[in-house]
Design a protein around this ligand. Structure first.
Ligand code: PLP
Length: 433
């Protein structure tokens, strides 16, 4: 086994991208530490004017990797956005909206055109009955919807159950709302959940559970049985479920997306979050939404109003057009991503990664244990600096960073030629095993 070239990765610990010492802190500190409000010197901003709240979490690793990718001219397979455009009809609808008087604030909780379109689609696709006047909040992306949901539900000290590995944002969402996350591990390689562990995570302090299906970063699609178990626990413990269903249309191999709100009587205690970003390849538009029981929607509307006033009005009007796309659009989307997944994951395995087939979303957690690297950061920096491929270090998806230290996450929402180029750049890894 040959030693990889370390120096760049090691040098990066003190690189200008990272304030001194931050790298080391990342691998030792944990989101749990930050939630217990211990200030981490590694990502502490040394300015007495800064609130404790803002000191509890570092900047996003995913977005940071995107900047590092740009600095190195790397193929960016870190942050989850496509390198292709949204459907033409959507762009045309936005132009029309801009030219036809939709340039001022919309109703703060969403333009009626969009709320009605979401309610129609929620009924036909998700099996959720939503009253556009009472149950809908249109937000600046699902990111804002999740934050508004947490701020609406959680008091400092409350616990929130989070499946792990988790989408990075849920950590800061919990930290900002004051929640203590209780992690429930999804176990490699099938990302299965242990029933007893899940039951044990629900305590008298549990206020909410976050369910992300199809899942980022694992590609897991929660089964009806798993959702029923979660529903039973929510009902037994009087807990609200917040679901992140942003990848609801991207499923493979016969997997079926099921909305938790459509299971039993969960509609009465679920906030269902989705948005334009992934289904319509429009991550920059910042249009998302939440469907919630009236009292929860009312609370979210208040928070949302004072956070942002509203999502971009012309893009909401265009979004209403997208939500009327025919069934063939969604079938084609899933088929296209499935072909990308098949080619890309096969390519990763062929150079030496271990990874299962994600059943949904457009990410793959890849185990790089066969390559001789100290941890995920060292490996990710080697990939971006030496091979020109940006990934996300696995530790960013775990409460205890060391638990993710043998993974990096690749995303494959890219043109076929971009993915081919990434695989070509990864070829030298064969020599490192
Ligand atoms: N939720 C998950 C699970 C994601 O992976 C992402 C983006 O990568 C988002 C939410 C962000 O969505 P939006 O662009 O709607 O804020």
């Amino acid at each position: 086994m040959r030693e990889p070239a370390w120096p760049d990765a090691v040098r990066h610990r003190n690189h200008t991208f990272f304030p001194s010492g931050r790298f080391a802190t990342r691998s030792k500190g944990s989101m749990e530490d930050t939630q217990s409000q211990r200030s981490e010197p590694g990502f502490r901003i040394n300015d007495p004017h800064i609130s404790e709240r803002a000191q509890r979490f570092p900047e996003s690793v995913i977005r940071e990797m995107t900047r590092i990718a740009a600095a190195h001219g790397a193929v960016n397979l870190s942050q989850g956005y496509p390198d292709f455009d949204p459907p033409r009809e959507l762009v045309e609808a936005a132009k029309l909206a801009l030219e036809n008087g939709y340039n001022q604030y919309s109703t703060t909780w969403g333009a009626p055109e969009l709320r009605h379109a979401i309610a129609r689609k929620a009924k036909t696709f998700n099996g959720i009955d939503a009253d556009p006047e009472a149950n809908l909040v249109v937000t600046c992306g699902s990111t804002e919807a999740m934050m508004a949901a947490m701020l609406s539900l959680v008091n400092p000290g409350d616990e929130v159950v989070v499946f792990e590995p988790f989408y990075e944002n849920y950590g800061p969402d919990a930290a900002m709302s004051g929640a203590t996350p209780r992690y429930v591990r999804m176990e490699w390689p099938g990302w299965s959940i242990d029933e007893e562990t899940l039951k044990a995570a629900f305590t008298p302090k549990t206020k909410a559970v976050i369910v992300n299906t199809p899942n980022n970063p694992t590609g897991k699609v929660f089964s009806s049985d798993e959702l029923r178990l979660i529903a039973d626990l929510c009902s037994d413990h009087d807990v609200v479920a917040v679901t992140d269903e942003i990848y609801e249309h991207i499923v493979y191999d016969g997997a079926r997306h099921v909305s938790l709100a459509a299971v039993g009587d969960m509609a009465g205690r679920t906030i269902t979050i989705s948005g334009l970003s992934k289904t319509y390849s429009a991550t920059g538009w910042r249009v998302g939404w939440a469907i919630a029981p009236k009292t929860l929607a009312d609370a979210m509307r208040r928070i949302h109003d004072f956070l942002t006033v509203g999502a971009p009005h012309p893009l909401q009007i265009a979004a209403a057009v997208a939500l009327e796309f025919p069934e063939t659009y969604y079938a084609n989307l899933a088929r296209t991503y499935r072909a990308k997944r098949d080619r890309f994951v096969k390519g990763l395995r062929s150079v030496g990664f271990e990874c299962g087939d994600p059943r949904g979303a457009y990410y793959v957690m890849a185990d790089f244990s066969r390559f001789p690297f100290e941890d995920d950061w060292a490996f990710a920096m080697y990939l971006v600096e030496r091979l020109g491929v940006a990934t996300v270090p696995g530790s960013s998806f775990y409460g205890r960073p060391e638990d993710g230290a043998r993974y990096v996450r690749f995303m494959f929402s890219k043109k076929d030629e971009t993915l081919e180029e990434a695989l070509r750049r990864l070829e030298p890894l064969r020599e490192l095993q």
